[in-house]
Ligand binder design. Structure first.
Ligand SMILES: CC(C)(COP(=O)(O)OP(=O)(O)OC[C@H]1O[C@@H](n2cnc3c(N)ncnc32)[C@H](O)[C@@H]1OP(=O)(O)O)[C@@H](O)C(=O)NCCC(=O)NCCS
Length: 146
């Protein structure tokens, strides 16, 4: 599995995966516009030309928000999401960011398990943050020394 920065060549597959994995997906157009966004960094995990997973982030000064992470169902439980998060953290260290914050549905056990394994801590909870179905978000954060 190769992890590399998302380019225009990957956007259509990322958008397909986004629709497959989330109830409120980003459109292909908004994903493409991240390529022009200086605050954004998106990485893809490639199996040949196939996008097996991706992670999206935005950094303001020295703090980063993770927008999404997803792995195609047929590639799950092989450590790909963990590799994507760790590759993002390594890239952010070089960009002078010192924290990564994300929201996750309170019932999303696979994702919460992933983040716990990677050393994220819960720093808050937003009641009824998500729609269809309505659900709380847990706010998780990982920080590192520069
Ligand atoms: C969450 C998601 C990205 C995990 O991707 P993945 O590549 O399968 O994850 P990894 O193989 O790197 O798993 C790392 C760890 O996360 C935890 N984990 C992952 N899937 C899990 C599951 N179904 N149940 C319980 N724990 C799980 C485990 O601790 C796992 O380590 P282990 O395999 O050694 O037990 C994937 O399930 C997905 O795309 N889900 C839909 C989109 C989503 O919910 N994204 C997160 C939004 S905040």
């Amino acid at each position: 599995m190769m992890i590399t920065e998302m380019t225009a060549a990957h956007v259509a597959q990322v958008a397909e995966l986004e629709t497959l994995c989330f109830r409120d997906p980003w459109s292909e157009r908004s994903i493409a516009s991240e390529l022009e966004n200086k605050l954004a960094l998106w990485l893809v995990a490639l199996d040949g030309d196939t996008v097996a997973g991706y992670i999206g982030s935005q950094t303001v000064i020295d703090e980063t928000d993770m927008m999404n992470v997803a792995v195609h169902p047929s590639y799950r439980r092989k450590g790909i999401a963990g590799e994507l998060v760790n590759a993002l953290v390594d890239a952010l260290k070089m960009r002078q960011s010192h924290s990564l914050t994300l929201e996750v549905r309170a019932s999303n056990d696979p994702a919460i398990g992933l983040y716990q394994k990677l050393g994220f801590a819960q720093v808050g909870r937003r009641p009824n943050y998500y729609r269809n179905p309505k659900e709380d978000a847990l706010i998780l954060r990982k920080e590192w020394e520069m």
